[in-house]
Design a protein around this ligand. Structure first.
Ligand SMILES: Cc1cc2nc3c(=O)[nH]c(=O)nc-3n(C[C@H](O)[C@H](O)[C@H](O)COP(=O)(O)OP(=O)(O)OC[C@H]3O[C@@H](n4cnc5c(N)ncnc54)[C@H](O)[C@@H]3O)c2cc1C
Length: 437
């Protein structure tokens, strides 16, 4: 393990000080990082690829969260919102994604000092040090970051930064359908019959599924959410049938978490189990997908089951196999990642789903999130790499610690005494079956 220098190196006379901290992504954690930096009096710029803030949460906005409001609001953001007369939603109620945006994230992003520093429609496509690829060491920590961005009109530019907080989540980089982790063979042939995770089955995307045989692939809570919506659709729309294809022998580890502290999440598992038992969902277990191919109007998934070649025919496929971090844009940054979950090395043992099937995540801050690249942090959902267990309360503590460190307040940065609610942990099936909440 590389020994890290934990001291912030931006001194009063350092030219880096004149530059903003760049935050990648205006999701819940990116905005919380902005609120913390604002409180610290550190300039920042938030770069958001979507047309609006919280673009990823909006995409799954029809889905209800498991956590009640009391665990969803960042303390620093709340202090800012209180100043503009914000009313905290019912703390015991769990919102949908769109309620989270409309009642919390959008008002937060609209606060003048934040809105003036958020740029939407700007995608980060690379991060490096000005004039230095990752092989150059001399004066590295004193050289500004260069954050390469592509604007909606296609224009590409570099933005100088004193530090970078990557809060870009994982929602935009789903796992492939194949068990190998590589792109599914034959995918271009069937792409028009495959949807991303968490479609709005009973709303926007209804016509895609009504009257069809729909196969959901994946063993996590995203899959369970979609399956239950499809069961409802099947009652309303004759001819709709539902299959659930997983690669493990066991149906859903989500369902076998009686100690899951989040009641909504535990209920999701047991409701899914009951739907399988009733025959509303046909479970196809132990199926390792290798290839997809066209079959008339529908598709066939070809793979191995019980040591034999097997074929599963369906009309539409929902890819709920989970998400992975996009590391391509960080190619020139010196990262230290766990070789299994792709989370920062010191964080990985705390969250590795091979070890933690259920339980609480220990509080952690800048120490666990540091990389050999001084001043660069991955936070939020992306910091968990391929582990699907991230909760917002953890991310808020991450950015509180990281921004304290950036401010040179080592006392506050080191004090990570978060007491999380009983979090439980989502079911998982690493590298192809893992699925976020
Ligand atoms: C259906 C669902 C339910 C969940 N329920 C809960 C729950 O009950 N409780 C809980 O605590 N957590 C829950 N989570 C987990 C987690 O809290 C959320 O995924 C949360 O949105 C993560 O926040 P984030 O800010 O890290 O990432 P995101 O919300 O994914 O935000 C990342 C932002 O970065 C932007 N972006 C991505 N790439 C780039 C780029 N290259 N350049 C610029 N911008 C970029 C995206 O557009 C997005 O706006 C749930 C997740 C899902 C999917």
């Amino acid at each position: 393990m590389t020994l890290l220098d934990l001291t912030p190196r931006v001194h009063a006379d350092d030219p880096l000080r004149a530059l903003p901290v760049v935050i990648i992504g205006a999701g819940p954690i990116g905005l919380a990082a902005a609120a913390n930096l604002l409180e610290r009096g550190i300039d920042f710029e938030v770069l958001e690829a979507g047309d609006d803030v919280a673009a990823s949460v909006r995409a799954w906005g029809h889905t209800r969260l498991f956590s009640p409001w009391k665990h969803l609001v960042d303390p620093a953001s709340r202090r800012l919102l209180d100043r503009v007369g914000w009313r905290h939603p019912d703390p015991e109620r769990a919102p949908s994604g769109i309620e989270l945006v409309e009642q919390y994230l959008a008002p937060l992003a609209a606060i003048d000092e934040i809105s003036s520093r958020v740029r939407t429609g700007v995608e980060v496509i690379g991060v490096t040090r000005e004039g230095m690829d990752r092989t150059r060491t001399e004066r590295r920590a004193r050289t500004p970051f260069a954050v390469r961005v592509r604007a909606a009109d296609g224009r590409i530019d570099d933005i100088a930064a004193r530090a970078v907080i990557d809060a870009s989540g994982t929602y935009r980089s789903p796992n492939p359908l194949s068990s190998s982790g590589l792109d599914l063979l034959g995918m271009p042939e069937i792409a028009d019959r495959v949807t991303a995770a968490l479609p709005d089955v009973l709303g926007r995307d209804r016509a895609l599924f009504a009257g069809r045989h729909v196969t959901v692939v994946g063993a996590g809570h995203s899959a369970a959410n979609t399956l239950l919506a499809l069961v409802t659709l099947a009652r309303e729309e004759p001819g709709t049938t539902v299959s659930w294809l997983i690669r493990n022998a066991q149906a859903l580890r989500v369902s076998s978490s009686p100690d899951d502290g989040l009641i909504g999440r535990a209920n999701l598992g047991s409701r899914t189990d009951r739907a399988v038992a009733r025959g509303d969902i046909v479970l196809v277990d132990g199926f390792e997908i290798i290839r997809g191919r066209r079959a008339g109007e529908g598709v066939e998934l070809v793979g191995h089951r019980g040591g034999e070649v097997a074929t599963h025919a369906t009309d539409v496929v929902v890819n709920a196999t989970g998400f992975r971090p996009d590391l391509g844009m960080l190619r020139e940054i010196r990262l230290e990642l766990d070789d299994i979950v792709e989370a920062p090395k010191r964080l990985a043992p705390l969250i590795d789903p091979n070890v933690h099937s259920c339980g609480t995540v220990e509080p952690h801050g800048f120490r666990e999130l540091m990389h050999p690249e001084h001043g660069f942090f991955i936070v939020g959902m992306k910091s968990y790499g391929r582990a699907p267990t991230f909760l917002l309360a953890t991310g808020y503590e991450q950015v509180r610690s990281v921004t304290s460190w950036l401010a040179g307040d080592m006392g506050s940065a080191s004090r990570v005494d978060l007491v999380l609610p009983a979090t439980g942990v989502c079911s998982t099936d690493l590298g192809g079956g893992a699925s976020c909440c």
